[in-house]
Design a protein around this ligand. Structure first.
Ligand code: SME
Length: 163
C-alpha cells in the first residue's frame, strides 16, 4: 500500500500543480497523470464532467481527462453506476469489492475496487474524480482524503477561472 509519507509527497506535488496551473482542464489532465504514475494501486484515473441539460434530456456524465485503458463508459446517466451515484448524491462513494455492488458498471475485468469523489463549483456538482484499482479494498481513509483533496482543488480552480 502507498504509505502516508508517500501520500504527503504526492499532496505537495499537487499543491505545486495547483499553484502553477492555468485552467481547470490543464489541472485535471495533470492530476490524472500524477495520480496514475505515483499511486501504484490507482490503475485507472479519470474525470467525468456533468453535461448541461439540453432539450429536456436527462443530465449525463461525460468522460474527460483520464489515464488507463479506454473505457466503454464515456457517457453515464446519473441513475447508473458508481459514478452516477456519487454525482447524484454529492457524496464520495468507496466500493471495496465491485463484484458485490449491483450499481457497478464494468470497465475492466481486472477492476476490484473503486472510489468516486464529486467536484463542486459554488456548491453544485459539476463532475467527479473516478479511480479504479486492480486490488480489492485499495482505498483507505488516507486515499479518500487525497482523492477528495484533488476534487476540491479542481473545484477551486474552476471557481477562480470564472471570477
Ligand atoms: N465503474 C464506473 C464506470 C466508469 S469506469 O470505471 C471508468 C461506474 O460503475 O460508474
Amino acid at each position: 500500500m502507498p504509505t502516508t509519507a508517500n501520500i504527503q509527497d504526492v499532496k505537495k506535488e499537487l499543491e505545486q500543480l495547483f499553484r502553477s496551473t492555468k485552467s481547470p482542464q490543464e489541472l485535471m489532465k495533470d492530476i490524472v497523470e500524477l495520480l496514475h504514475e505515483r499511486m501504484l494501486k490507482y490503475n485507472w484515473v479519470g474525470f467525468y464532467l456533468l453535461e448541461t441539460e439540453a432539450n429536456g434530456q436527462p443530465p449525463m456524465l461525460a468522460l474527460g481527462a483520464f489515464r488507463g485503458a479506454m473505457t466503454p463508459h464515456t457517457r453515464i446517466p446519473l441513475n447508473q453506476g458508481i459514478c452516477g451515484a456519487a454525482a447524484a448524491s454529492g457524496e464520495t462513494v468507496v466500493v471495496d469489492d465491485v463484484a458485490q455492488d449491483p450499481r457497478y458498471l464494468a470497465c475492466s475485468l481486472e477492476t476490484k475496487s473503486e472510489i468516486v469523489a464529486p467536484v463542486f463549483v459554488h456548491g453544485k456538482v459539476v463532475g467527479e474524480l473516478d479511480i479504479d484499482s486492480h486490488f480489492p479494498a485499495a482505498f483507505h481513509n488516507e486515499d479518500r482524503q487525497l482523492v477528495e483533496y484533488c476534487a476540491t482543488m479542481v473545484g477551486q480552480c474552476w471557481e477562480q477561472s470564472q471570477s
